[in-house]
Design a protein around this ligand. Structure first.
Ligand code: GLU
Length: 447
């Protein structure tokens, strides 16, 4: 898609300055395409090099993470923290531990996070971090040593008012506990607001664990409501089987839909009766076992090895595994099989070609920065509770989450409508978020 000529120039600068970082280029391109009408209508949104400034992280931290495994062997990983934009609040975003992590991934995730966080309407800037550390097969003590080493460097860059990390792929409650323990030990400060996703006993928030998945399901339900429908009675497919997927499935079921399949990197489980969330939690959260063991306890279900979950026909798809898992091919398959709503639980799981196929096929497409914003929104609620040394009930927190997701959904639709692209959630999300960040930056002067 063509973009405004002033933005084309910015995009060439981004390509030249960040060579080989394909995912980052992809994320920037999508935003620049979307905001072109806004820049055409209100040229101040491209003044003072505001677009170039948004595309350049405020600070990039890369560090060595040495650690020793259980056999005494030494490993060196690379740690990252991308402090991308703090116009709206402290840098906020998760940490990802996965072997695929490199600068381009952290930059794309940090860039997406700026806009996602802006869309929530809450006072949080955008950041992201992580490491190319592979937690798979590592013992609990190895995970602890890695987290301690990672925090030994990271602690000097973060703080309640500076930068507040949380979890992402490979980083859950256990890792946040070890990271918080090391932060507390090094700094001698019980600064609960420095990390979110903590356990309840250390100032964690109710519903934070569930929030990303629950939020994505609420968002899908809102998308259906906008078409005079709901999740009740719908056949749903969710990819992934991590934290986002598990709680997306749980909420879809609570809202009356049926998730018939979910996946891991090796294949997928097909359970026509509906995925048993209790069993899934036990496998993934307690036993930390492979998804294929699902069928040991549920013999009516099938584990389909080496194939893509998107071949399972569904009305609603919720990609909740990782970036670029739906290419043109998978999108085409979903459209041909009758899928009408896609809500992204993961960050950028659909390629630009996939998005085009969905939109041309009349599918309502909810991009991750809107649909999965419930996780970070609830992190902001955790920060709020930590700042006031308070803790809210599950019910109250869940009501807040639902209200926030409704707000994001209507902000997207309203903005898309205003710019003459009714029903285009991508344009609505990007324009609404970009203009909020740009307004905040312009008011702060040239910094
Ligand atoms: N990693 C999550 C995301 O992609 C959550 C970030 C947070 O809670 O700070 O939004």
């Amino acid at each position: 898609m063509p973009i405004h000529e002033r933005l084309e120039q910015v995009y060439s600068e981004v390509l030249a300055r960040n060579p080989g970082e394909d995912e980052f280029h992809q994320a920037v391109r999508e935003v620049l395409e979307s905001i072109s009408p806004a820049v055409g209508k209100h040229p101040q949104y491209a003044d003072a090099k505001i677009v170039s400034r948004i595309c350049e992280p405020e600070r990039q931290i890369i560090f060595r993470v040495p650690w020793e495994d259980d056999n005494g062997e030494i490993h060196i990983n690379r740690g990252f923290r991308m402090e991308f934009n703090s116009a709206l609040g402290p840098y906020k975003g998760g940490l990802r531990f996965h072997p695929s992590v490199y600068l381009g991934i952290v930059k794309f995730l940090g860039f997406e996070q700026i806009f996602k966080n802006a869309l929530t309407g809450l006072p949080i800037g955008g950041g992201k971090g992580g490491s190319d550390f592979d937690p798979k097969g590592r013992s609990d003590r190895e995970i602890m040593r890695f987290c301690q080493s990672f925090m030994t460097e990271l602690h000097r860059h973060i703080g309640e008012y500076t930068d507040v990390p949380a979890g992402d792929i490979g980083v859950g409650g256990r890792e946040i506990g070890y990271l918080f323990g090391q932060f507390k030990r090094i700094t001698n400060r019980y600064e609960s607001g420095v990390l979110t996703g903590k356990s309840l006993i250390h100032g964690g928030a109710q519903v934070r664990t569930e929030a990303t998945g629950y939020g994505t399901a609420y968002f899908a339900n809102e998308m259906l409501a906008a078409r005079g429908d709901s999740l009740a009675g719908k056949t749903v497919v969710v990819s992934g089987s991590g934290n986002v997927a598990v709680y997306a499935i749980e909420k879809v079921h609570q809202l009356g839909g049926r998730v018939v399949a979910c996946s891991d990197s090796a294949g997928y489980v097909l359970d026509p009766k509906g995925i048993d969330v209790g069993l899934l939690k036990e496998i993934k959260e307690v036993r930390r076992a492979r998804l294929s063991t699902y069928v040991d306890a549920a013999s009516h279900a099938e584990y389909v090895d080496g194939r893509q979950v998107w071949e399972v026909p569904c009305e609603v798809a919720m990609p909740s595994a990782t970036q670029n898992e739906i290419t043109g091919k998978e999108a085409r398959l979903l459209v041909d099989n009758g899928c009408t709503v896609v809500a992204e639980g993961a960050n950028m799981p659909t390629t630009p070609e996939g998005v085009r196929i969905f939109q041309d096929g009349g599918v309502a497409f909810g991009p991750g920065k809107a649909a999965n914003a419930g996780g970070v929104a609830t992190s902001a609620l955790e920060m709020q509770q930590n700042a006031s040394r308070d803790s809210w009930s599950f019910e109250y927190s869940e009501d807040r989450l639902e209200e926030i997701m409704r707000g994001i959904h209507s902000r997207c639709l309203r903005t898309a409508e205003e710019y003459g692209m009714p029903g285009d959630y991508v344009a609505g999300a990007n324009i609404a978020a970009y203009t909020r960040v740009a307004d905040a930056m312009l008011a702060l002067g040239l910094i």
